[in-house]
Design a protein around this ligand. Sequence first.
Ligand code: COA
Length: 175
Amino acid sequence: MTSPCLRLATEDDLVAINDIYNYYVLHSTCTYQLEAEPIEDRAAWFRERLRQCLPVTVAEHGTQVVGWGSLSRFHPRTGYASTVEASVYINHQHHRRGLGRLLLSDLVERARSAGFHSVIGGASAEQTASIALQESLGFKRVGQLVQVGYKFNTWLDVIYLQRMLGPASPEQPAD
Ligand SMILES: CC(C)(COP(=O)(O)OP(=O)(O)OC[C@H]1O[C@@H](n2cnc3c(N)ncnc32)[C@H](O)[C@@H]1OP(=O)(O)O)[C@@H](O)C(=O)NCCC(=O)NCCS
């Protein structure tokens, strides 16, 4: 199989991005969204990232988009402006081929180049693939929120992980 190509997303990728995501809405606790994302909302989400100069990336095999990633602001208040959150979703038929690592490590480097201080990753506590991927890239567990989500008739915990990018101070978790 040829190597995947990684590039910035365009509006032409939004249907593929949304299809990949909506599979997980319907089948997984990796997102707590309960109903499929309408394509109009995905387009607004994309425009907002463009406006904020935050990247949306895709991995392609040939002409097929097989995964995507994005950086989002961690929190809208101005004092959080140095912190971003990373998201990565791989087409469920293309797992364990290195795509998640490719997309997430690229997002970390984009965040570093853009001058952000740290990247946050969130994962539902039972999402072992997500947690293992992030830990393999140097994200450290920094907290767990108990039963903040409810999906598929089950209460769910969220684990937050953090990858420091800037120079550490004594109060900050080590890189
Ligand atoms: C989590 C996810 C992005 C991983 O993507 P992937 O392309 O399958 O993962 P990769 O092949 O790049 O694996 C990289 C590392 O992640 C870990 N990993 C990935 N899948 C795993 C699994 N099922 N179980 C345990 N570890 C796993 C491993 O450490 C792996 O390294 P290795 O293959 O050398 O052991 C993918 O499962 C996915 O899209 N899940 C749904 C969305 C989601 O949870 N997104 C949040 C991720 S930040």
